[in-house]
Design a protein around this ligand. Sequence first.
Ligand code: G4P
Length: 523
Amino acid sequence: MLNQEIERRRTFAIVAHPDAGKTSLTEKFLLFGGQIQVAGAVKSHKIRKTATSDWMDIEKQRGISVTTSVMEFDYRDYKINILDTPGHQDFAEDTYRTLTAVDSVIIVVDAAKGVEAQTLKLMEVCRMRKTPVIIFVNKMDREGKDPFDLLDELESELAVSVRPLTWPIESGPRFKGVYNIFEEKLNLFQPSKQVVTEKYEVDVRTDDLEQHIGASSAEKLRSDLELIAGIYPTFEVNAYLKGDLAPVFFGSALNNFGVQELLDSFVEIAPHPRPVQSQERLVDPEEPKFTGFIFKITANIDSNHRSCIAFCKVCSGKFVRNAPYYHVRNEKMVRFSSPAQFMAQRKQTVDEAWAGDIVGLPDNGTFKIGDTLTEGEVLHFKGLPSFSPLMFKYIENADPMKQKQLAKGIDQLMDEGVAQLFVNQFNGRKLIGTVGQLQFEVIQYRLENEYGAKCRWEPVSLYKACWIESDEVEELENFKKRKYQFMAKDREGRDVFLADSNYVLAMAQHDFKHIGFHFSSEF
Ligand code: G4P
């Protein structure tokens, strides 16, 4: 029999392109979980999405991100763990890593905008890991795309089969509500942030429907439902659990509409903690012994001391405060006297945690992203591969007296996963790769504030970092010799070719047919 503590856990992330409504939806979930009493209590903590985010914003984000990194609460008989992901796209890597610690994902899509750039990337990561996905189409109170067109778009762009479980009745100013296809209940829209609207059991075949939503909407709903039944296969929970089928819900997060349907279905169909693949073996959550891995490290806002919080996902067994655990990479036993769990805005010391939970471990540089903790077994949980950064800059020391501090700072920030580091094999210079400009600013600021080191950036125009491999040793060596100025090593010592243009890369691929050029570190 499944351990009930584990079976009732739901660990997931809500992800979205900025502005689609992730914060609003998270807030409504917390409302249902009794964590907050009124809507509006969770202040938006995202960095403004302009390129000119200033330091105050980043500081604020870091300040709150420690306590809102995980939000846990009980809902019905379930224990919910929502893992927060940063809103700003420059921190996309952080989001991808968080996705390694969840068992499922809710993707929020803006009904008017459909699939956006960030949604696509996030879905790619979910597909790689076969993470089950539920889609919430938000902002139905605004004029949006036709729902059938939207479903087609979701299916083709996200490369996943979809199946609506609720259906909107009109949209924008004419939005009347949603029909729950499986419960056969009608939920009529009432714009309000606080009230959860009543649901009506309506037999759509009778003129009961007309009385609630009027003749023309009733006729349209009937024909829509017929079409849905004709086009879309019946909903199969197993197909969803395998990551092949995404159920779709419609609503308005701001108005707390359609959210409870989503949450109720979510707790019922979303997976409880699942087995996790380590390099050595598949680890089952119900194994009695504790195992876990670090998927995120957050800097402490108090710049006077450098202590961070390392977030550990419990993969199996039970984590117990003060118990000795084995830090596999360091080959050392460690104990935690004040591990923390998070409830909305609060943080509290926790005595035990089960598979599926996240515990925050105070860390002063002993952890790297991807580190594994066990009761003694040598295990390595598989993380997410690194992807080629989009921006590159050489990092230079701007204060000759602080060489050591700079080296240490860079080392630790890279352990935290703030950005990627490559060392050019030709001149030994350190190259930092990021997703966006903001990461460079964060690094510079933190080096100065936490390590007392000063750095300078030297821009370099590169197209991609390519991890290279080949069975043809001679050809590989030839290539490395020919391109010696563009060869670098990543932090794991893997060979990386720094292609400065698409053309150069295409030529290299043409000339060296037996070499594989990869845009991510695992292939
Ligand atoms: P994000 O975390 O995904 O970036 O999105 P967030 O929830 O912050 O929502 C982005 C904007 O969209 C917010 O407006 C929010 O109020 C609005 N919004 C969210 N859900 C709905 C909805 O269902 N209907 C409508 N009409 N709007 C919605 P804002 O002006 O940027 O911020 P605020 O001043 O309202 O906080």
